[in-house]
Design a protein around this ligand. Structure first.
Ligand SMILES: Cc1cc2nc3c(=O)[nH]c(=O)nc-3n(C[C@H](O)[C@H](O)[C@H](O)COP(=O)(O)OP(=O)(O)OC[C@H]3O[C@@H](n4cnc5c(N)ncnc54)[C@H](O)[C@@H]3O)c2cc1C
Length: 461
């Protein structure tokens, strides 16, 4: 099936840049597998070729092997393992229970919207089980997330979303402690509304590298090739299946998993308008030795009086905190972040925002002398309609996509990749994997709507 690709101006193929800023997580411990190649040369063929070795790619491999440990799997990574968005994230594992859900309810109906939220909750539980089952050491910390709104307008919007869920008698609403009013005396200054619920934090780099280690231990025929970008993809007209080209040679594969997230349209140009690379920024805020701020027991989301969203996770061992966000500041300057894969530079419009962030935001941090120790950027796959694309690529039998996580992949990717692995291993349709939410399925309609719509779609709304 041919899908017209309309705008040649945005179809230039994109690969990760070669000199990204090293994020805190990777700087702390560079794993022995980070630059691993299982064999000096590329394998010539495999059952399943996975493109992209971040959270989605490694999760797909693990779940494929769980079904069939003797499946031959090749993993191609353009840079080092986990050098994409996964190794650059904030470390929040925080399901979205009300932020995007009202939009999904309005667009697709109550059942579909609630199914999505429940999918994110199910991911939390499944990740907890995985970490125990696979004995993964990744500083996994079950905790609560406190979302705060510091403006009257923001608080009203939050209350409207919460009230909608209550009025619809959505089951999980009773797990959210929602407080409305300006008399809250919490650790965050000037809160007008807050919502607190179960969440977790983890070290994303340790998580994925440990999971990859399990993949290599489990699989009898797994071949990892780092620093090997997939640059072209064509049909194998002789044997069936697909051939993927790289600068180091080609690989024939019966099936392909596109797990390259922000970069997915390089090999699947029909997604150029559906999944767009967008930069985000994160910082490590430290406190000088001998000084401290008030203890932070939860994860926090702050939407400040000017509507700027930032998020925070506390680190253990007096390491300080990870703070990211501030996209509202750079939103007016699309050239700094939109359709941009340069994670070797920061985002100019955010500069200065994180200085004194802790002092101005948290009670008990005024005299901490907290300072930005390091900052880095990462490239996320933002989607036209806010949802990822999951499932078999329309018109390309044997190619699967698991991409477009909108800076919110942590509570989505594990079960999404598990579902795709089940589709591949058992030859089932998307609808037959019951836990995959209906609205995440990649379809011709979704692709076409993005191609025909306003550039960026939801990304600018
Ligand atoms: C600054 C920042 C903070 C974030 N904070 C959070 C958070 O707190 N909570 C949360 O839920 N989410 C967060 N996210 C989003 C989250 O990181 C992503 O949703 C998730 O990690 C995406 O995983 P992935 O495997 O799909 O993509 P990636 O981790 O980007 O993996 C894709 C991989 O594909 C590789 N690749 C690309 N093209 C090719 C090619 N042609 N050939 C071979 N390899 C290729 C890339 O190098 C990369 O390693 C954040 C993201 C950023 C950037």
């Amino acid at each position: 099936m041919d899908l017209p690709i309309k705008d040649s101006a945005t179809t230039a193929p994109k690969l990760p840049v070669s000199n990204p800023i090293k994020p805190y997580w990777e700087r702390k411990t560079t794993h022995v597998l980070a630059n691993h190649r299982s064999t000096p040369d590329l394998p010539t063929e495999c059952d399943v070729l996975i493109i992209g070795v971040g959270y989605a790619g490694v999760s797909a491999a693990y779940n494929l092997l769980k079904t069939n440990p003797s499946m031959s799997i090749a993993l191609l990574e353009a840079r080092s393992v986990c050098s994409g968005a996964t190794g650059r994230k904030g470390g929040h594992l925080r399901p979205d229970l009300y932020e995007q859900i009202p939009k999904y309810i309005q667009r697709y109906g109550v059942d579909a919207g609630v199914q999505w939220a429940e999918f994110e909750l199910a991911n939390m539980e499944a990740i907890r089980e995985l970490i125990a089952e696979a004995r993964i050491d990744c500083d996994f910390t079950p905790t609560r997330s406190t979302d705060t709104w510091l403006s009257d307008e923001g608080a009203k919007t939050a209350k409207a979303a919460y009230d909608l869920l209550v009025s619809l008698q959505v089951r999980y609403t009773n797990t959210i402690d929602f407080v409305y009013g300006s008399d809250q005396d919490g650790i965050v200054k000037g809160v007008k509304a807050s919502a607190t619920y179960e969440a977790a934090s983890l070290d994303p780099y340790k998580f994925i590298l440990a999971l990859l280690q399990r993949v290599l231990e489990m699989g009898k025929q797994v071949n990892l090739q780092t620093h090997t970008p997939a640059t072209a993809l064509h049909e194998d007209s002789v044997n069936g299946g697909w051939i993927v080209d790289t600068p180091r040679g080609s690989i024939k594969a019966k099936k392909i998993v596109h797990a390259s997230n922000a970069y997915v349209s390089t090999l699947l140009p029909e997604y150029t308008k559906s999944i767009i690379p967008c930069k985000g920024i994160c910082t490590h805020v430290a406190v000088p030795e001998g000084q401290s701020g008030a203890t932070l027991t939860n994860l926090y989301i702050i939407r400040d009086a000017a509507g700027v969203l930032s998020y925070l996770i506390p680190l253990s061992g007096g390491e300080g905190v990870i703070v990211g966000g501030s996209s509202r500041l750079f939103r007016p300057y699309p050239q700094q972040w939109y359709n941009n894969v340069d994670d070797s530079t920061l985002i100019e419009a955010s500069s200065g925002f994180f200085d004194n962030f802790m002092q101005r935001t948290f009670n008990g941090w005024e005299d901490s002398n907290a300072y930005v120790k390091e900052a880095w950027t990462g490239v996320m796959g933002y989607s036209f309609d806010s949802l990822p694309h999951l499932g078999e690529v329309p018109g390309k039998s044997g190619q699967y996509i698991v991409a477009g996580f909108n800076g919110h992949g942590m509570p989505v990717i594990w079960l999404a990749a598990k579902g795709i692995a089940e589709m591949i291993a058992t030859d089932r349709a998307y609808e037959d994997v019951k836990y995959l939410p209906s609205i995440g399925k990649t379809t011709v309609d979704r692709i076409r709507t993005a191609q025909e719509g306003q550039d960026g779609g939801d990304i600018f709304n």
